[in-house]
Ligand binder design. Sequence first.
Ligand SMILES: *[C@@H]1O[C@H](CO)[C@@H](O)[C@H](O)[C@H]1NC(C)=O
Ligand SMILES: *[C@@H]1O[C@H](CO)[C@@H](O)[C@H](O)[C@H]1NC(C)=O
Ligand SMILES: *[C@@H]1O[C@H](CO)[C@@H](O)[C@H](O)[C@H]1NC(C)=O
Ligand SMILES: *[C@@H]1O[C@H](CO)[C@@H](O)[C@H](O)[C@H]1NC(C)=O
Ligand SMILES: *[C@@H]1O[C@H](CO)[C@@H](O)[C@H](O)[C@H]1NC(C)=O
Ligand SMILES: *[C@@H]1O[C@H](CO)[C@@H](O)[C@H](O)[C@H]1NC(C)=O
Ligand SMILES: *[C@@H]1O[C@H](CO)[C@@H](O)[C@H](O)[C@H]1NC(C)=O
Ligand SMILES: *[C@@H]1O[C@H](CO)[C@@H](O)[C@H](O)[C@H]1NC(C)=O
Ligand SMILES: *[C@@H]1O[C@H](CO)[C@@H](O)[C@H](O)[C@H]1NC(C)=O
Length: 415
Amino acid sequence: MKTILLASFSIVLFIYLHINTVYGQYGHFFGGSLSYVIEDDGNGTKTITVSLITGWVLGKGPCWTGCNKDYIGRSTIPSRQLALTSDNSYLGNVSIDYHTDEVDTQIIQIEELNPTPIVERVIDVSENAEYEQEIQTFSFLMPDFANIFDINYDGSSWRNLTLQGGADRRWHFQTRVSTYVRNDTSGTNRCPQSISRPFYRIKLDEMGIIRIPVIDADGDFIKCRQSDFVEAGDLYTYRPPNVTIYQNCTVSIDATRMNDYEDDTWIAIPVSVGDYPRKPVMYGPDLLMNSKYAMCITSQQFVVQVLENLTTPEFVDPTLEGNHEFIMYADTTWRTEIYALPSENTTIESFTAFGIKQENLTFSPLLDDPKRERVMHATMSWRPYEKDLGRHIACVQATDNTGYIDVDKVTAVGL
Ligand SMILES: *[C@@H]1O[C@H](CO)[C@@H](O)[C@H](O)[C@H]1NC(C)=O
Ligand SMILES: *[C@@H]1O[C@H](CO)[C@@H](O)[C@H](O)[C@H]1NC(C)=O
Ligand SMILES: *[C@@H]1O[C@H](CO)[C@@H](O)[C@H](O)[C@H]1NC(C)=O
Ligand SMILES: *[C@@H]1O[C@H](CO)[C@@H](O)[C@H](O)[C@H]1NC(C)=O
Ligand SMILES: *[C@@H]1O[C@H](CO)[C@@H](O)[C@H](O)[C@H]1NC(C)=O
Ligand SMILES: *[C@@H]1O[C@H](CO)[C@@H](O)[C@H](O)[C@H]1NC(C)=O
Ligand SMILES: *[C@@H]1O[C@H](CO)[C@@H](O)[C@H](O)[C@H]1NC(C)=O
Ligand SMILES: *[C@@H]1O[C@H](CO)[C@@H](O)[C@H](O)[C@H]1NC(C)=O
Ligand SMILES: *[C@@H]1O[C@H](CO)[C@@H](O)[C@H](O)[C@H]1NC(C)=O
């Protein structure tokens, strides 16, 4: 009998367009996302495993000087040390904070909780768009002094945010850990997970649309909103102008000159992703009736560059689009066709894909579409096994022969 993977597979498609970007002396951070998994060790302790996806100006993140496409998949352990040589908090730092009836808010640096060493690898590099993206994980035992606490990731500075006060804005990400048990799953709550590009590009004087793929292992209802107050760090004081974040995790940016956007404007957007029960549940001592209170909120923050001339290659039919859900089976190869049309005078050179759980996504060789000039297509496939049970997200990107990039076209497909 085949095992059904209870999986929602979101595939995000991106195409890239080459633009030379000159970076100033400051601002190396492009955003990312923070999430965790809590597991019962079966001996009275719980282990919390944190995943942190971060994007950086190429050569200024953990991949460091000399970083190029060949580093994709590699560990950053040696280079991360180099990046930290002159400033130990250059790549940000992780802390937890909690309070109890007896004590006011206490902040503890993660190092004090004896975490496992960071495991970090490069998941994406674009030499033309000058970014690198990494995923890091580490674990620590649930401390015995608090049953609920926040995990924080802080640092400075964001890439120069032209409409949000410039180059030295600090970043702050947070998510809440709770040992509360839900009566419907008899386990702790599993937080939503999301993934984004290191940065997106949209066209000046158009409504820019970015869809954030989100998944929730408990199958809860997911809602997005703009992060508020302390959740957003400096981006609360310096809000991105004319940005709307819909509950369904679609972000729209009214990037018009009237709204002070111009060519090469950069903004950062903080998104909070919450999971809400679909039916009433007892969550620890709390009865949650509806979608008013999130059980967990995770953060996802990213940078958007606005350009006057953005000629975008496009994913085209019959590439699946928008929150499509697939059911996959263990030990059975899953396939989907990806089609892309390059912009004028260019050709599609490659498709690449990555997931956050090391899914082995592969592409067949590129083929011409017999029916449409210049359109190229390939089959993306993955053979999941029983160990892969769960929900997955993957990013698909198409690159043309000039290395042209467009990060705007985002399509979610499910499984
Ligand atoms: C940040 O960008 C603005 C607008 O492009 C520019 O005027 C300013 O000099 C930049 N700041 C730094 C520190 O690079
Ligand atoms: C319980 O198991 C975890 C994971 O194997 C281990 O790290 C931890 O030290 C154990 N705790 C106790 C109290 O033995
Ligand atoms: C953590 O990062 C923040 C922001 O960069 C910084 O202000 C703080 O001093 C850092 N803390 C430690 C212990 O490094
Ligand atoms: C969980 O608690 C809610 C509220 O009391 C109740 O409606 C629901 O049936 C319970 N679910 C289970 C699986 O016991
Ligand atoms: C854009 O944002 C600015 C500043 O928040 C606001 O004054 C303006 O009305 C907004 N424009 C539109 C078209 O909503
Ligand atoms: C999300 O909601 C907005 C506003 O209701 C809507 O315009 C948009 O089409 C929705 N997006 C998706 C992918 O359903
Ligand atoms: C965009 O293209 C137009 C028409 O080719 C040109 O006049 C303009 O200078 C370009 N803008 C930029 C910022 O390159
Ligand atoms: C494409 O190439 C043709 C012929 O060289 C040229 O006339 C046209 O302007 C080019 N288009 C773009 C967008 O560069
Ligand atoms: C990934 O899948 C391809 C094709 O199915 C296979 O050849 C390759 O060995 C796999 N790699 C890993 C690391 O599993």
